[in-house]
Design a protein around this ligand. Sequence first.
Ligand SMILES: Nc1nc2[nH]c(I)nc2c(=O)[nH]1
Length: 268
Amino acid sequence: MTDLSDPTAAAHAAATTINSNAGIESHDIALVLGSGWGGAADLLGETVAEISAAEVPGFHAPAVEGHGATLRTVRIEASGKHALVLGSRTHYYEGKGVRAVAHGVRTAAAAGCSSLVLTNGCGGLNRNWAPGTPVLISDHLNLTGTSPIEGANFVDLTDLYSPRMRAIAKEIDPTLDEGVYAQFRGPHYETPAEVRMAGILGADLVGMSTTLEAIAARQAGLELMGISLVTNLAAGIQETPLSHAEVIEAGAAAAPRISRLLADIVAK
Ligand SMILES: Nc1nc2[nH]c(I)nc2c(=O)[nH]1
């Protein structure tokens, strides 16, 4: 396993591997594709390079089957810019440490990206959001009890989820709602009582990713947008218990619409 004791050096080593594999000096925008979002890369443009996550310093083969185990460089048709598509994500619940969770974001910045789109699958607290509904993240609650930032680096998180990028997304799809995303550590789902607590705290969405990556993105100077795919109503909001099969099914059903949406936003 790559040594992440110096996160900056590890990110530069990974970025060098990725950029040289793609034969380009730098990338422009990075995307992390969570549950249900895997199809977006193909709609963005032509894949000009691909590399196995296992071959890039600090990355790992994915913990969850169905998540892409590669990093792709896609030439965005509309702009000619290069997108770095991170098909695999390290979740905090994997126990590899918060540096491993933030490594992809830091690598994207080191690879030259100026913006990042984080996507995920999550539970919804709003009954109006049926499984398959994409929701823009307006702000977050980091309930993990940790941070990717080390030392006395007091980073401001105001407007962490770029109002400019959110406006572009809503221009493309005016039906898009916004919500506050709460990250629990996982890998267990929340109890109904925890979902009620999250609601009282102001959360509209509950998941097990994204907030730590978002904080690392701000520290790295990346403009950030987050979009969740509601794949299930959170525990207690729906009568039936959660099932992973339901999550995969809802993601697959929504794939064409959300992939098109993401490709249109990134092409802007
Ligand atoms: N914490 C949490 N994470 C999730 N990921 C997905 I997909 N659904 C959920 C959910 O209901 N809760």
